[in-house]
Design a protein around this ligand. Sequence first.
Ligand SMILES: CC(C)(COP(=O)(O)OP(=O)(O)OC[C@H]1O[C@@H](n2cnc3c(N)ncnc32)[C@H](O)[C@@H]1OP(=O)(O)O)[C@@H](O)C(=O)NCCC(=O)NCCS
Length: 156
Amino acid sequence: MENPIRLIRRTANSRSFHTLDIRIFSHPWSYPNWEGAFSTPASANYFIIHGKKIMGMITSRIMENGRHEPSHAELDKIGILPSFRNRGLGRLAMEAFHQILKNRNIQWVYLEVSSRNLPAVALYRKVGYEIYRERKKYYPDGSNALCMKKTIQNIV
Ligand SMILES: CC(C)(COP(=O)(O)OP(=O)(O)OC[C@H]1O[C@@H](n2cnc3c(N)ncnc32)[C@H](O)[C@@H]1OP(=O)(O)O)[C@@H](O)C(=O)NCCC(=O)NCCS
């Protein structure tokens, strides 16, 4: 079945992403953080669209290393607006993101998540991420950081 979620890339919308961030996350980035994210050449920021509505966002960096070196991506944030959670949209958005990476010949995608963020950890496991390292007491709340990784080129 075709994925009903579309990811629309934006290259200059720090204000809109900052506003979405505040609606989605309990600890959003500051506006200067967003300006910094958009000015990084590798940054790839997407609205998650269902029908004509913005449901959330994905913030990532895509490191393309040329023909002879493997390329990889870092997923910095995925967020679904609170009233649209638990309907499978996060999973569909991750799958759409993985297809974009596959089309760009990316080999691996990495992320870090708090071990206390159970919905996010469950989502990442569901779409095939594996923990390759754990940083103890990494976050200010004392939680561990789980470093997770997924291989992209074998997805269908
Ligand atoms: C994490 C997040 C993106 C999940 O989005 P979502 O659209 O609610 O997720 P889905 O409905 O696609 O769920 C996918 C899977 O994740 C897991 N999951 C989602 N919410 C969960 C919850 N509250 N508790 C436990 N597992 C959960 C389930 O395994 C689910 O699979 P299932 O449908 O077979 O049960 C969303 O909760 C969110 O935006 N959270 C705030 C921002 C955040 O913390 N982002 C991650 C760190 S950057």
